[in-house]
Design a protein around this ligand. Sequence first.
Ligand code: NGS
Length: 262
Amino acid sequence: GNSSRDAESHWIPPWASDPITGGHHAPSDCSPGKSVLILVPYRQREQHLAALLSYLHPILQRQQLCYSIVVGEQYGNATFNKAKLMNAAFLESVRQLRRFDCVVFHDVDLLPTNPFVPYNCPAYPRHISVSIDKFGYSLPYKQLVGGVLAMPVRHFLKVNGYSNLFWGWGGEDDDMEARIRSVGLLVTRPNPRLARYRMIRHQARKEILNEVRYKLLYLSSKRYRLDGLNSLSYSLVASESRPLYTHFLIDLGQPPRSSSFY
Ligand code: NGS
């Protein structure tokens, strides 16, 4: 290859038909209603992210989707708050990039292994990661919407986004499921044979205290109007268009000092 050029430019994978700078791709037939935002909440999972991007771009391009991949990274060392991070990265994407018709919230550790897994915009919320190797390729419970979840933007706005209150691992996805039910929507799922994923092994993150988790979930359907996009506060630390994705570094602040806050 041309080594002098390689040395000074970012590496462009051989399967990328164009540099897809910022993670944006628009085939010629990019029509209204079909613009997909792929949003990956992230912190300290470099290898996972590299693997996910190498799976996603070829699949999305082969499906001729009009898409942008955005990575929202939580700034600092405070407890991870995936749901709040997704809310903030969603708002920044809408503000800074363009209009999207749907958003796919995508865990960084889930690699799609069937190129026909549907990443297009659904008419209703669609839980996509139905068959994961870790769960023996069957859904662990019927209400699960965690992993990979696609939502029309109008539905994500209707449920007021995710809760901002889930500091630590567990439950924020169940809260979203309750929100979806509260506004009278149903969750759809693709054919499990298409929606197959491999979960990359990793160290577990700090969990939310069980009592806090279930206290929050008990009130999901009452709380959703007040806790979500309309109560979100954060600050954008940095934003950058990188070769394969747009990066937002976001400061979510600190969790409350004691669980008695709830
Ligand atoms: C449930 C969690 C969900 C989680 C799901 C699968 O117990 O947030 O397990 O987790 N709910 C609560 O904690 C209330 S997984 O095995 O994929 O890591 O998504």
